[in-house]
Design a protein around this ligand. Sequence first.
Ligand code: HEM
Ligand SMILES: *[C@@H]1O[C@H](CO)[C@@H](O)[C@H](O)[C@H]1NC(C)=O
Ligand SMILES: *[C@@H]1O[C@H](CO)[C@@H](O)[C@H](O)[C@H]1NC(C)=O
Ligand SMILES: *[C@@H]1O[C@H](CO)[C@@H](O)[C@H](O)[C@H]1NC(C)=O
Length: 511
Amino acid sequence: MALTQSPLLWIVGGALVSYILYTRIALYLRRQRMIKEHGCKPCPYVFNKDPILGLDVFRDNIQLSKAKRILPGFRSRFLNLKTNTFHSRMMDLPLIATCEPENVKTILSLKFKDFTLGARTRAFSPLLGDGIFNSDGEKWANSRHLLRPNFARDQVADLEAFERHFKLMLKHIPKDGSTVDLQQLFFRFTIDTATEFLFNHSTDSLRMMDVDENNEDVIFSKAFTEAQDDIMMRTRLGFLDVFRPNKKGNEAIKICHAYVDKFVDDAIAWRREHDAEKAAGWTQEDGRYVFIRELAKQTDDRKRIRDELMNILLAGRDTTASLLSNMWFEIAKRPEVWTKLREEVKSLDGRLPTYEELRNLKYLRWCLNESLRVNPVVPGNSRYCIRDTVLPLGGGPDGKHPLFVRAGTLVGYSPFAMHRRADIYGPDADDFRPERWETLRPGWEYLPFNGGPRICLGQQYALTEASYVTARLLQEFAAIESRDENGGVWVEGLTLTCASGNGTKVALTPA
Ligand code: HEM
Ligand SMILES: *[C@@H]1O[C@H](CO)[C@@H](O)[C@H](O)[C@H]1NC(C)=O
Ligand SMILES: *[C@@H]1O[C@H](CO)[C@@H](O)[C@H](O)[C@H]1NC(C)=O
Ligand SMILES: *[C@@H]1O[C@H](CO)[C@@H](O)[C@H](O)[C@H]1NC(C)=O
């Protein structure tokens, strides 16, 4: 008997088809209702020519990446289409790209729960596990809750530690007017200070710079950089990554974990001892604040502590170094900016700056703000839409109407393009001009540290660190000269963060 003659099969099959049809139609109607309710209009601007996989976009991206012109290239898509929001594709993913402050505010804050980090977590998880930077929902909320108190203090950063590492950095700056790449020193400085802040043990890479010694700190520093490169590859390749042999990347990740685990074990052991002491009636705390110990007080889950520390190290190290390298690239080219900065630090009378004093260096703050505006360290970002939702702008030919976003869409946003919008910052939006901060009070149109519930936890730490290094260099040197071999034209050096692509080559004259 032919199967097709079985009445049962017909009934089951029919029910299934009706069910699928029903849910499809219900979904369609629900979406139409949402579109109507919110007055959404379709966005007519589409960037991809290949409608199925957006292969033209993929090719374009690879070319831009090779030419180190991803940032201007992505920005020109907005400018060429004459829109602040457009549709595109990233292989199998529909994409909406925007540089509209109101949309960014909606994604990151107003409709926070309609979005997740998306595919990013997969690329990062071998190194970062489930830490704050790499999780969503409950898990993320837990991490944030665990870590926030550690950043809530007014004075998160340890200026004495900065000074110790600064002195080591100073040794590597030639006093005879020969060229030095400050960027390399800044990256060493920030890993040395961040590891001391987090583990109470510094990689001390500035001390090790001229020593040809391969101790475990040096090996870790290298492995940490390699592990980040591995994340980059993973992100770029997407699902194709499974075909890539990456023994080296996995090895690097193992080294990083083993290095941090040692400190975690010490901290947990310390906590057990501490508990015993407390039980015996001792309540004495030793004065200095140690991040890893504070975590160990809150949990004794070894992997949890390691993951969080790794996440913070990743979030805090390259970012601050990139800010310094970008800002000093600009300062070196501008004698008038240099002179104003030098005038300002004279108020310190040659003393080491305190917290309070650093905060009051107004022109220095303008320079930091301006650097983060023109060359944001995190120039592009995205969120994955998990629930049908609506953005306030981008619909209709004028982009002034709400835009429907269906679940399963990636929404990319570009602080780089947004920070350079001439209609927001004026016709000189591309120029580095600190003075504009005299009157500028931007809201969501200025977003170097993100906003909403996931706003950067380390903003104060980073600004303090960058201010300290800058103020100290200004005290130690009387003059600067750019030695950039690219004629002072800044080019992107895009890894997980964005620093100057040709380094920060300068010559400094001692004061
Ligand atoms: C100039 C320096 C820095 C910049 C521009 C910066 C920028 C950012 C941005 C844009 C995000 C959001 C990422 C996202 O959600 O997709 C972020 C998150 C974060 N940053 Fe920073 N950051 C800097 C320095 C630091 C430092 C020094 C630390 C720690 C010591 C730090 C810790 C974090 C953490 C823990 C998160 C995750 C917050 C969360 O997801 O809830 N950052 N940062
Ligand atoms: C931190 O490390 C220093 C130097 O290794 C050590 O002397 C100090 O006791 C440590 N502090 C704490 C609180 O663990
Ligand atoms: C730098 O930018 C932030 C964010 O807009 C602002 O709150 C702050 O006042 C600015 N700082 C200065 C010195 O202009
Ligand atoms: C600077 O970067 C540009 C663009 O990537 C490159 O063509 C040039 O060779 C670089 N210059 C130096 C001196 O590295």
